[in-house]
Design a binder for this molecule. Sequence first.
Ligand code: G4F
Length: 335
Amino acid sequence: MSKKALITGITGQDGSYLAEHLLSLGYEVHGLVRRVALEDAARRFTRITHLLERVTLHAASLESYPSIFHVISRHDFDECYHLAAQSFVAESFADGFSTMNTNINGTHYMLAALRELRPQCRFYFAGSSEMFGKVAETPQRETTRFHPRSPYGISKVAGFDLTRNYREAYGMFCASGLLFNHEGPRRGYEFVTRKITSTAARIKLGLATELRLGNLDAQRDWGHAKDYVRAMHLMLQQDTADDYVVATGETHTVREFCRRAFAEVGLNYEDHVHVDERFLRPAEVDLLVGDASKAKQELGWEPEYTFGEMIREMVQADLEEASKENGQTVSARGV
Ligand code: G4F
């Protein structure tokens, strides 16, 4: 009998890679999606178009306990990966209330519905290195004290605490991944890596001239999302539930990312990148670098992509994307 997994956030970068991974392992994969997404499939399902025949989608909202309860009551899930969230840190400063509502209540609704209906279902919570915020030590590990610096980070600390509390109070198998930044060609354009690679490609093809960014000195531990979803799955295959840092152990500045991405297309970032105060944050997380020793030892997890390989893959994908746009622009002008 194949295992049945439910993924919230299946249309996102991590959800789409995780769905592919679980399908490759023989899982029956289900996803929670908002009804508006079902009604606008062509635009909202771009990352899972190739999977639509192989996954089962259910309409539900993280803001509605009854809708979550309804889906979980109808399927005997073995594993639940709770990835859905408002995950853009800058947006959480703009509207902290909706970030808190969605992220904290959404996690609580998932846990409460599982406790009520499927207490044996294993639960994964997508924690974040943003929880370390103003870091108490370097590198950051599972025991590092949290000091979140944004409503998003605070919401993730609350979700992490809820997850641990369901594990301790009700004996449920609830694990959290403390995932450092993870990227790839499916990353949203609002995040700095994709903003850089997509704009570098557009500049190269004459579709843009400049890139406006905020803090170039922030340092991040950037891995590839494809590697990180394997760690999520491994966490739910252990004998006991626990929390794990997932990171590469390397850190790079935003400036360094720019330099390497622009170099991939033969350009000098200094000719195109400008600092724009609009992209600075009220409180910044200056330095993140994770120690994933526990995940390596206990889960047998290792990242496969190097930093350079990840940037190359992203730039290549964005060059292909921009070439299509270029072609369309040319033909549209031609008409
Ligand atoms: O790409 P970012 O927006 O990612 P951030 O804030 O580190 O958060 C991401 O990683 C977390 C894991 O640690 C996740 F939990 C979270 O959901 C998200 O996936 O920004 C990275 C850095 C920041 O220091 C930011 O200030 O890049 C800096 N930055 C500089 N200019 C910019 C820009 N970030 C964005 N998005 N846009 C800019 O123009």
